[in-house]
Design a binder for this molecule. Structure first.
Ligand code: ZN
Length: 161
């Protein structure tokens, strides 16, 4: 069974993250207000600013709304950081180091260049899906949020240790 989500460039963030594996994103899609409230509390921001439709959308969580990377990419006229003359810049290196779920952005930028963002998204869907029930889980979902299987996906299995 394959996960069927629309291959939408909006799910491929400029920095190389996979938006569908972000709790804010999937909780917004699933209208999971309880999860969104938990995240809002964790991030110390109001619930009203904790909705997101993806990196390239206009409805974004406060933490991503004023993202310096998006601003920078717009100025440089690139869709992904990997296309930039100054890649990998120090700002991106600092950004990457701050959170564990950002571990693979270098690999992702290379794959996007190599195979294109659509195929890369297909790889991400596989990588972040539960092997039992196919739910896309995030880097911080140690157990699948639908069926409880652990680890919840290959990212958690391979990259969160
Ligand atoms: Zn599952």
């Amino acid at each position: 069974m394959k996960n069927k989500i629309a291959l939408n460039k909006g799910l491929a963030s400029v920095c190389g993250l996979f938006c569908a594996a972000c709790g804010v994103y999937y909780a917004t899609q699933e209208k999971d207000e309880k999860k969104l409230q938990e995240i809002a509390n964790k991030l110390g921001q109001p619930l009203s600013k904790t909705y997101c439709e993806g990196c390239r959308s206009n409805r974004k969580t406060a933490t991503c709304k004023d993202c310096f990377i998006i601003k920078c990419a717009k100025e440089k006229g690139v869709a992904f950081c990997g296309e930039c003359d100054t890649y990998p810049c120090q700002e991106l290196k600092d950004f990457q180091k701050k959170m564990p779920h950002r571990k693979n952005i270098w690999k992702s930028q290379a794959r996007i260049k190599e195979i294109g963002w659509e195929q890369w998204l297909n790889e991400m869907i596989d990588y972040y899906s539960c092997e039992k029930c196919n739910t896309i889980n995030g880097a911080y979902d140690t157990e699948c949020r639908k069926c409880g299987n652990s680890p919840s996906n290959d990212f958690v299995r391979n990259d969160m240790n």
